[in-house]
Design a protein around this ligand. Structure first.
Ligand code: MTE
Length: 333
């Protein structure tokens, strides 16, 4: 960015059965470990041994819920990107602008305690502990395509709750036409926020129209591959809007505002001609500096990058195209 199939098939049917069952088994046994206090198993992988006490505390709070996550009919049948790639190739400018920076620099980021301030056009504004917002909800695993505006893509098994389930708790009023989200501002733990060369006016901000935010595909994510969300992927809670370019899916959310007018959004403010408010994945509207017709699916193959055609609305047109009927998508990019 620098200025620089058929959804009725369950993941259990599409993932190699042995792999899938052993993963479910793993998740169930990790739940037992959580109960026994052996939580680090939930938060480490081949590459990620980057734990801190706040991650252990958070894992002990939601580990058993993660283990009970149900499959979703919205999951794609595309092969999921390996965990290690999802952990080490990130965009999270608060931790640096190189793809490996978030993995390298987010080890000490504290995710407990975590609260979210809710303001604006709703009947239940206030400051809420994250665990209280999640505790009564059934978590779901959703395997979604993630298409970055930079023309790379991944397939990620997120775990979360529908954003609509979360937002309805605050009882938005008729004046809530948009929802604005804000990432935590913590320069002592986020080196990118201290950088003198950053073009971003921190904190990172994003927003959606209320019908987009309430759409059944829009997810509030708290986990990945059955584990608590890694810091570099937006722990402890992030947005995931699978039909939009990745920059809309804001990480580490601390504020939600229900507003009447289109809110300020970070990349749109930096370069409005390059990054629209809508940012729907659209192979027919190129970025001014590169084509959006195809994408590089991560990881690459043995013989080089894997290039695939980009799909309208990232392959979710059947579910979301009606949200934009009558709109000129070349104008509202
Ligand atoms: N959220 C914040 N707060 N800061 C960021 O820099 N980058 C965005 C989005 N959310 C970003 C962010 C971009 S450009 C992308 S492509 C996705 O996060 C990447 O998510 P991932 O690192 O989990 O793959």
């Amino acid at each position: 960015m620098l200025i620089k199939r058929s959804p009725d098939i369950l993941p259990s049917e599409i993932t190699d059965e042995k792999v899938y069952l052993s993963r479910r088994q793993f998740m169930r046994s990790t739940a037992a470990l959580v109960a026994a206090g052996a939580v680090p198993s939930l938060i480490s992988s081949q590459v990620q041994a980057k734990e801190n006490s706040s991650r252990v505390a958070w894992a002990s709070k939601i580990g058993s819920k993660l283990a009970e996550a149900k499959n979703s009919p919205f999951s794609t049948t595309d092969d999921p990107t390996p965990f290690d790639d999802i952990l080490q190739y990130n965009n999270y400018y608060e931790f640096g602008t190189n793809k490996s920076d978030p993995y390298e620099n987010s080890e000490d980021f504290e995710i407990q305690p975590w609260s979210i301030k809710v303001e604006g056009a709703c009947n239940k504004p206030g400051t809420y502990h994250l665990e209280d917002l999640i505790k009564d909800s059934q978590l779901e695993e959703r395997i979604y395509r993630l298409r970055c505006v930079e023309a790379w893509s991944m397939v990620v098994p997120w775990v979360g709750i529908p954003m609509a389930t979360l937002l309805k708790k605050f009882e938005p009023t008729m004046n809530a036409k948009y929802v604005a989200f804000e990432t935590v501002y913590r320069p002592d733990q986020m080196p990118g926020q201290k950088s003198l060369f950053s073009s971003i006016d921190w904190p990172y901000r994003e927003g959606l129209r209320i019908d987009e935010a309430m759409h059944p595909l829009t997810l509030a994510v708290v986990g990945l591959y059955g584990k608590i969300l890694p810091n570099q992927n937006g722990a402890p809670i992030r947005l995931m809007v699978p039909w939009k370019y990745g920059f809309k899916s804001i990480k580490s959310i601390v504020a939600i505002r229900f507003v009447e007018k289109e809110p300020y959004t970070t990349w749109n403010n930096i370069a409005p001609n390059e990054y629209g408010f809508y940012a729907n994945v659209n192979p027919t509207v190129d970025h001014p500096r590169w084509s959006q017709k195809s994408e590089r699916r991560l990881p690459g193959g043995l013989f080089g990058p894997k290039r695939i055609d980009t799909q309208m609305f990232n392959g979710y047109a059947e579910q979301v195209a009606s949200l934009y009927s009558g709109m000129d998508l070349k104008v509202n990019y």
